[in-house]
Design a protein around this ligand. Structure first.
Ligand code: JFZ
Length: 586
């Protein structure tokens, strides 16, 4: 009887609850749907963010019972590296008490450096929550004498100072949870059930972060997850609770096509060429993410500025890391470097924020960034003859001047197609002096010309390709570059070849293709000749295979156009294209 009443009571209250919820949901304004383009706009404009790795590992500072983490490796991996028993690590974590922590100071440092967003580790692989989690006591408020929520304070400081507050969450790896991925020194891997950990800890904590800390700019997941369904579940939680919140590519398995809003390079990664789609590279200021008292391999302000310009010129975002000390202080060398970078950004930020991928090549003197009809020449090494040579640009140059002194017009001329900008004898800023070139219209640039070494094949890939239509250069978490999103004849890849060795050439294409793309046809044209290929499935995730396509003849030396395009309109991607090789036949 008692149980019946109890169940009746619970049914009534659940009914009440859901009615309440649906009433509340009805009263709750439905989050306005937001397009992917709108969602990523700030990210593509703002370019520069601060990454913060902070947790109990900061207390160990790279040392455990006399064992020192070698410089060059990640100090935040110390528990895994020395298989520290979880009981001992948990005991150590009780001593975390960052009395010097001041959220406003941290955010001011990021802001002064020119950073527009901040990503803090809410929970790293060690499983400790650096915020007040209701899901487990293993968090900084309930587990330590600190009794404050640093994420709450940072989210408020970011809102006050106009930075986007973002969180890092290790959604698969958790060395404190028996079912979490990674700890096989305390827990028997064969008894692990990842889904049990995802339901018990990972997903509930993600919901907390998306509910209790105001609007998040992005959630930075890490090290992928096992199945597509699991990745979709995490994406759904974010899209439901905060439709405007971005999701990085590491939410899903690295070896599959992008599932988040943008792709992340491997750590400290740099693509060989520009990419049209949004991407980001997480980079260290020394050689570790978490604080190590042994690692003094600090990058100079010059190196940081050069990397920022190179990344932005290639269409990416720079997420630069600091690893605070356990007491909440920021490492002095990091503060000094960020302040100097900030001084440069204060004056030259126009040549970074809101720019897009530069179609111009790298130059001996430096790099370029582009914003509409303005090309910013970032001079890293000053030309001895005080002339900047800009090759490949077809547009008329209307004016050139130092960014900091727009009234000082610089003489501009052209010598068989190369733009010559005369500059003062000495460089005003050894790190990076920015010269602005105003041109007529949007940049029109000579396509890359692929030349061949004697008797060697032409290797044609994303780097020298000119894409058209929906075809786009991409990379997956394992930094292999491919071309995708092409499904009809208007989507194509083109190369400009300079043939010096006439004769017959065998064509070999390398791609990966899913089963449902089989039998799709594509055209390969080489000058006046063309071949037709038929797509053969190569397996599930990016298993690239090479296929012989046939032979063509270059009857005379000179420039030739090579193009690949779908032979018809398909309701699916044609293939993940890796490369086309043309081998001279002897
Ligand atoms: C991961 C973490 O393991 C590390 O502790 C830190 O948080 C870093 C930002 O991310 O490390 C990785 C993740 C991915 C690659 C390399 C290191 N990768 O794709 O090459």
């Amino acid at each position: 009887m008692k149980d019946l009443l109890a169940t009746l009571a619970s049914v009534v209250c659940v009914a009440g609850l859901s009615a309440g919820l649906s009433l509340h949901a009805q009263s709750e304004p439905k989050p306005t749907p937001v397009s992917a383009e709108q969602r990523i706009q700030w990210f593509r404009r703002d370019k520069f963010g601060m990454f913060i790795h902070w947790g109990p590992y900061s207390l160990l500072a790279g040392e455990w019972k006399g064992h020192r983490i070698p410089v060059g490796t990640e100090a935040e991996w110390i528990m895994e590296r020395y298989n520290i028993p979880v009981a001992e690590y948990r005991e150590m974590a009780r001593h975390l008490n960052p009395v010097k922590f001041n959220a406003d100071e941290w955010v001011s440092l990021a802001k002064a450096a020119g950073m527009k967003y901040l990503v803090i580790t809410a929970k790293h692989h060690d499983g400790f929550a650096m915020y007040h989690s209701q899901v487990t006591q293993y968090n900084i408020v309930d587990w330590t004498p600190f009794k404050r929520d640093p994420l709450k304070e940072l989210s408020e400081a970011c809102r006050k100072q106009g930075l986007r507050f973002c969180v890092y969450y290790s959604h698969r790896e958790d060395w404190a949870d028996p079912d979490g991925y990674g700890n096989t020194w305390d827990y028997d891997r064969t008894k692990k059930n990842l889904d049990r950990y995802l339901e018990r800890k990972s997903k509930p904590q993600l919901r907390e972060l998306l509910t209790n800390y105001g609007p998040l700019g992005l959630v930075w997941f890490d090290r992928g997850i096992d199945t597509q369904q699991q990745a979709e579940d995490f994406i759904k939680i974010v899209r439901t609770l905060q439709p405007r919140c971005l999701i990085n590519g590491r939410v899903a398995n690295y070896a599959q096509e992008l599932m988040g809003d943008y792709q992340d390079m491997g750590d400290n990664g740099m693509p060989p060429g520009g990419l049209d789609e949004a991407w980001e590279t997480p980079q260290t200021l020394n050689t570790t993410w978490g604080y190590s008292k042994f690692d003094q391999e600090w990058k100079t302000p010059g190196v940081v500025i050069h990397r920022l310009v190179e990344i932005v010129g290639k269409g990416g975002n720079y997420l630069l890391n600091v690893g605070p000390l356990a007491d909440g202080a920021m490492p002095e060398p990091a503060v000094a470097t960020l302040q100097k970078v900030g001084a440069w950004m204060q004056e030259n930020g126009e040549s970074i924020y809101g720019t897009s991928v530069s179609p111009l090549p790298e130059y001996p003197w430096g790099r370029t960034t582009v914003k509409g009809s303005k090309i910013y020449l970032h001079v890293f090494s000053w030309p001895a003859d005080a002339v900047l040579r800009v090759s490949g640009l077809k547009n008329e140059v209307k004016a050139a001047y130092p960014l900091l002194h727009p009234s000082q017009k610089l003489p501009v001329s052209r010598d068989n197609g190369v733009v010559l900008v005369s500059v003062p004898a000495r460089s005003p800023d050894e790190n990076d002096t920015v010269v602005v070139m105003e041109i007529a219209g949007q940049p029109i640039v000579d396509p890359p010309l692929v030349v061949q070494d004697t008797d060697s094949p032409f290797y044609l890939d994303y780097l020298t390709a000119v894409t058209a239509g929906k075809a786009v250069q991409r990379f997956n978490g394992e930094a292999d570059y491919y071309i995708s999103k092409w499904s009809g004849p208007d989507d194509s890849i083109t190369w400009h070849l300079l043939v010096s060795q006439v004769g017959n050439y065998r064509l070999r294409i390398r791609y990966a293709a899913r089963n449902e793309w089989r039998q799709a046809k594509y055209l390969v044209t080489v000058g006046p000749q063309s071949l037709t290929g038929v797509v053969t499935p190569t397996g599930e995730n990016f298993q690239y295979q090479a296929f012989e396509l046939g032979t063509i003849k270059f009857s005379k030396a000179g420039q030739y156009l090579v193009r690949i395009q779908p032979a018809a309109s398909y309701d699916h991607n044609l293939m993940y294209f890796r490369s086309l090789e043309l081998y001279p036949v002897h």
